[in-house]
Design a protein around this ligand. Structure first.
Ligand SMILES: [Zn+2]
Ligand SMILES: [Zn+2]
Length: 239
């Protein structure tokens, strides 16, 4: 399957990632990406940057090392109402936003409560991707999640880091099997991202692509094959 984009990644600004923005983009270009997105953690993540970081993306060129670059944030979903850790006045200055649940910024609830948190975050018009909905420690109702992604026109992520042997998120493989079967059934597209915290894995999707191949997931439901496909979710790409 053609795979030319990766828009979930972290730089030293997150303080638990280890390369600069330029190093990340350079590595992604060398890895064959045509579009790269930088999405440092929102301010609620311990050690991550101040909201000011997300206000000044105009300073950064949108083309580097011969590839296209977009600048966003991996927002933290803070509660069951889908509250996020950046306000709209800042969200509208960025190219895009991913929203994810991290157990150090969120009190893990029941399956129903966690699902409500993710679905309510999807209702925010700035949120176009739900990051790593795969952690067995944060159970989700995949039927409801996939239906909501279709309804609110949001992409569900298949996160390569979650599927790596060093994965911080247990049960990801099994949960993706469930989620992807439902995406196929309900015709809901997905995005594969690296979630790289180091240049060595920028643009690297080996584990996720293996999984998609293994279950013969339909290529037309994977937005990684063309920027035009992703542009249906990220209006910044139409500029
Ligand atoms: Zn995350
Ligand atoms: Zn991340």
């Amino acid at each position: 399957m053609k795979d030319i984009l990766d828009i979930h990644s972290h730089t030293i600004a997150s303080t638990h990632a280890y390369n600069t923005l330029y190093e990340m983009v350079s590595a992604a270009a060398a890895n064959g990406m045509e579009l790269f997105g930088s999405s440092d953690h929102g301010p609620a993540m311990p050690g991550s940057c101040h909201e000011m970081y997300f206000c000044n993306f105009k300073a950064i060129p949108r083309s580097l090392f011969g590839i296209r670059l977009i600048m966003g944030c991996e927002l933290n979903i803070l509660d069951y109402n889908g509250k996020l850790d950046l306000p709209e006045r800042i969200l509208k200055k960025m190219d895009y936003a991913i929203a994810s649940i991290h157990d150090n910024c969120y009190r893990v609830g029941s399956r129903e409560e966690n699902t409500a948190a993710a679905v309510n975050a999807m209702k925010n018009p700035w949120v176009r991707i739900i990051g790593h909905p795969d952690n067995a420690r944060i159970p989700l109702d995949y039927d409801a999640l996939v239906a909501a992604a279709g309804e609110y026109h949001v992409l569900l992520e298949v996160n390569n880091s979650s599927l790596a042997p060093t994965s911080p998120r247990p049960g990801a493989r099994e949960n993706y099997h469930t989620m992807l079967q439902l995406c196929r059934k309900k015709n809901v597209p997905i995005i594969v991202n690296s979630d790289s915290h180091c240049a060595a894995s920028a643009g690297c999707h080996t584990h996720a692509m293996e999984l998609l191949q293994e279950i013969d997931f339909p290529e037309e439901l994977v937005v990684n094959t063309s920027i035009k496909k992703l542009a249906q979710y990220l209006p910044c790409l139409n500029d």
